[in-house]
Write a protein that binds this ligand. Sequence first.
Ligand SMILES: Cc1cc2nc3c(=O)[nH]c(=O)nc-3n(C[C@H](O)[C@H](O)[C@H](O)COP(=O)(O)O)c2cc1C
Length: 208
Amino acid sequence: MKKSIITLGVLCCMLASCQNKSQETMCTLQENPVVKTIMERRSIRKYKPQPVEREKMELILQCGINAPNGQNKQSWEVRVVDNPELLEAMKEAMAKGHPDMDPAMTKGCFRGAPTMVFIARDKSYDFSAYDCGLLAENMVLSAWSMGIGSICLGSPVRFLTDNTECLPYLEQLGFSEGYELCLCVGFGYADEAPAAKPRDWGKVQYID
Ligand SMILES: Cc1cc2nc3c(=O)[nH]c(=O)nc-3n(C[C@H](O)[C@H](O)[C@H](O)COP(=O)(O)O)c2cc1C
């Protein structure tokens, strides 16, 4: 019941945001499973405690590394942490490394996700941040299609890299020489169903 109300809500938002588009486009929106996943995905900031099963994570990771990437350099390295003790220790270190900040910001920056993916970029390749972003997006969308929520996170990149307290944990992630942490993505089973955030169609233009 709750799910059908949410689906109805999402479809209403899609209809509202697409009111100027053709009937044909709307049919595609409602019937195409990829489009449906893209339109229904939301960032999740409240999770059930259990980590994502590793077999499911493997499929999600496979989808990630099959993302388009510059010259097929695959200029990323990916580390998955689902050990709750290690995640807790990292959160503690981020809080300790930022004594002047509200711990809700630092300790809470994983947003409660029980499986964290840390993505590093090859610093020698100027397009590597895009590669990492596309990898993350493939992961996020495939996860959503499997009923798994996610959140892209920039703040832990700062909190883990701008202090010495977190250094042992960065070292434990074991990225190769020449790589730097670029983006984190939390995964888990959603314990909330947030509404869609508005998008600005005005930023898009056709140039004839
Ligand atoms: C590069 C990037 C960094 C982000 N960093 C954070 C973050 O540090 N904390 C957070 O709660 N959300 C973060 N987000 C999630 C965005 O806030 C979210 O995607 C945006 O508000 C749109 O909402 P939606 O994903 O539900 O459509 C980040 C997203 C991206 C793509």
